[in-house]
Design a protein around this ligand. Structure first.
Ligand SMILES: *Cc1c(COP(=O)(O)O)cnc(C)c1O
Length: 238
């Protein structure tokens, strides 16, 4: 493969990182007694240049996560038609006035965190003629600066979203940066189970192995695939 060439093209290191992360996901699944296909790798392409996206696509990646609607449009609007099996997931906070744009571009919105947004997404879905697929983002650490519904309000928001006609598929969380992630993943799984939800989007570059042990169905990985980003783009700063 290209990785054996003495002066590899920029894309080949990305291909190598995809191989490594995919292997680690399979190992973590095995270690947790789970099947190797039970976990979906969502490649997080925020702040990445077009060449990085192209390298990921060439490496066979089809599921991508983006933080911002506008950047996601720039990244993907021109590629959607050429890659029919592309799946785009919004993993950053969403303003109600961008709900229609988000519904037009994304397959799944992982960051439903308040009733007003559920209303806006339901209205956009009605216009688009389909049930909008969402995850409810839970602020498991109750951090004031972080998006997400509080754990004790999650059941009510799941119900609210369902009542509005949204396809609520699961939950998403970003644990506090300075705490062990395991208890936060366990809490998310518990809330999902009591609400009959299948999808658990949890685990990033630093802790996706742990997340898989706690039942993650989707891991959102950026820097382990594409290299370090600018510091101001880390989710804890949002
Ligand atoms: C940026 C981001 C990720 C990826 O983080 P890495 O540590 O680079 O893997 C995952 N989830 C969310 C919500 C993000 O904003």
């Amino acid at each position: 493969m290209a990785s054996s060439s003495p002066d590899p093209a920029p894309g080949s290191s990305i291909a190598g990182r995809f191989d490594a992360v995919r292997r680690q996901i399979v190992d973590a699944c095995r270690g947790a007694g789970r099947g190797p296909d039970e976990v979906v790798l969502t490649a997080v392409t925020k702040t990445q240049p077009a060449e990085a996206l192209a390298a990921a696509i060439a490496a066979g990646q089809r599921v991508f996560g983006e933080n911002r609607v506008q950047e996601a449009q720039t990244h993907w609007a021109g590629l959607r038609d050429r890659i029919p099996d592309l799946e785009l997931r919004l993993i950053g906070p969403l303003q109600t006035n961008k709900a229609a744009d988000a519904v037009a571009l994304f397959d799944v919105i992982e960051t439903l965190d308040r009733p007003k947004l559920a209303d806006a997404l339901a209205a956009a879905g009605e216009k688009a003629g389909r049930a909008v697929r969402v995850l409810v983002q839970v602020n498991t650490g109750a951090e004031p600066q972080k998006a997400g519904v509080l754990p004790e309000e999650a059941d009510a928001l799941v119900r609210y979203g369902r009542d509005r006609g949204l396809a609520v598929e699961g939950l998403m969380c970003i644990p506090p940066a300075d705490e062990a992630a395991g208890p936060h993943f366990a809490l998310l799984r518990k809330i999902a189970r009591r609400n009959g939800l299948e999808v658990l989007s949890m685990g990033m570059s630093g802790d996706y192995g742990t997340a898989i042990r706690f039942g993650a169905t989707h891991v959102r990985v950026g820097s382990a695939l594409f290299g370090e980003r600018n510091r101001s783009e880390t989710p804890s700063m949002e």
